[in-house]
Design a protein around this ligand. Sequence first.
Ligand SMILES: [Zn+2]
Length: 244
Amino acid sequence: MSLQDHIATLEALQTQLGVVRQVPPTLLQKGSDGAERGAVRAIGEAVLSEPVQAALARARESLETDGPGAQRVNRKRRRAGTPEEYVDARAAAPARRPEDAVPLAELGAWGTAWNAAHATAALRIRGRVVRIALADVLTAYLGIGVAADGAVVVETVRVFGAREAGLGESAFGVFRAVSQQLGRGLAGGAGLAAVAGHVVAYGDLFEGPCTVCGRVVAAEGHVPCVVRRWDGAGWRAEHAGCGR
Ligand SMILES: [Zn+2]
């Protein structure tokens, strides 16, 4: 099983536990054999099941290997075009650099060049949706529009697991969290090239250690690094709870 599968398994278990937490304890004590008791039994069986045990074993292994104070620096810096202005836009007043702009008329040619430059990502344009697939990691759907100056801007971002259908929103919290992170930069009319670069930075979502705590999976919540922070030279992976 991949780390992604392990995380999905633990998330599913967490959802089940959430359901039972809402059941009043008195119902469980009175010996009723209703749906609530069934839910508790199902969780017991789920915890003992092979996928959950494998996921827990891997989490324990990761904890022992990394140790609580481990510090590792992610040296896999990814160059991502020209993100400075895009990153500034996330913090304050939005501004797109003219050289980042992808005119609508040149969108097809830009996509072809982008695919040629990215070996591990595939970009496809269908109408007003740009789909970026990072093999075995995630698929991002960027809803695009056109700014007053004719440049393509990203209006919405939805991220799904590589094997998900891409309807509605992802069933997995980790991909919903990545959607949220990517969505934070869109308010000012983010340029397509900058957002595509940010998406590509998630290529090591399930293996990139946090540049703050050094772990791949956070000690709390079993979630990988869903934050990618631009530090002037590359995108730094961070857990949502580890950054500033
Ligand atoms: Zn961390």
